[in-house]
Design a binder for this molecule. Structure first.
Ligand SMILES: O=C(O)CCC(=O)C(=O)O
Length: 264
């Protein structure tokens, strides 16, 4: 990565560690945003055709949130995006060199969508206390996001909360919106408590992608062997294969701790 890029990334990393998030603008150019958004709309149609509902009762208050799961199986554009170098650099800098891709999904908040339950993504995959960052979400903004179209809301400083009992009682009122233009990447510490905002516009959509990465000793949310089609599995990039935990070493930190067979 060029020196200037690295310096900028180091600054973002400082914010990520201090504030629990950082926002990088202009990571995708306008043509990339358009192509990714088009692929997402097609992916939603294909996902439904495969029998996967885009509405999950209990996750969102109503059907105006369009959820698209298993993005990695639905278009090569998503297999490239999950490996985006700045994203991987921030993931490894925050949670460590050895990570696995846990999930990659989308949430399109259509007008009328409302907030889901407030949660922290690390708290979903590992019990408290949450003493260090072992999970990170890389959020790709495919539309401009702002409070009225349902920008993700976060609780400032909550990445330092180790237990549910430490959460403030007035969480809902203390939440702040992540505002960012289309093409931005928001890196969010898995310990930061957040929720989707309500889209109160008449006709503006808010499409976000969520690339979720966790330390390699945490069970991924997705069983990639079961989710990816044979065609996708057969054609996976070698790095992606490892980052999905599909290699022979699975989550054994690649080959570094695999012992040589003893001499007989
Ligand atoms: O859509 C959003 O703004 C947040 C979604 C989210 O946090 C989730 O799906 O876990």
């Amino acid at each position: 990565m060029p020196e200037k890029c690295l310096r900028r990334l180091n600054k973002q990393l400082e914010s990520l560690k201090a504030d629990g998030y950082c926002i990088l603008t202009d990571v995708l150019d306008a043509a990339e945003v358009r192509a990714t958004r088009r692929a997402l709309i097609d992916a939603a149609v294909e996902s439904k055709r495969r029998g996967v509902s885009t509405y999950v009762q209990g996750l969102d208050p109503n059907e105006a949130n369009v959820r698209v799961f298993n993005l990695l199986d639905l278009d090569p554009i998503f297999r490239k995006l999950i490996l985006q170098p700045k994203a991987i650099a921030l993931v490894q800098a925050l949670i460590g060199e050895h990570f696995l891709i846990s999930n990659f999904t989308a949430n399109i908040a259509l007008p009328g969508s409302e907030s889901m339950a407030i949660h922290a993504d690390q708290a979903i995959v590992i019990p408290e206390p949450w003493l260090q960052p072992w999970a990170i979400n890389i959020i790709w903004c495919l539309d401009d996001v702002y409070p009225d179209n349902g920008a993700t809301l976060y609780l400032p400083g909550s990445h330092q909360v180790a237990r549910v009992s430490e959460l403030p009682p007035d969480m809902k009122t203390a939440m702040v919106a992540f505002e960012a233009p289309a093409g931005s990447m928001i890196a969010m510490d898995g310990r930061l408590w957040h929720t989707s905002g309500a889209n109160v516009t008449r006709d503006r959509e808010r499409a976000l992608l969520f690339g979720y990465y966790t330390a390699d000793f945490i069970r991924p949310q997705t069983n990639w062997n079961a989710s990816l089609s044979a065609h996708t599995l057969d054609n996976l990039d070698a790095r992606l294969f490892d980052f999905l935990g599909l290699g022979a070493a699975a989550n054994l930190r690649q080959s570094s701790v695999i012992l040589e067979p003893a001499d007989h």
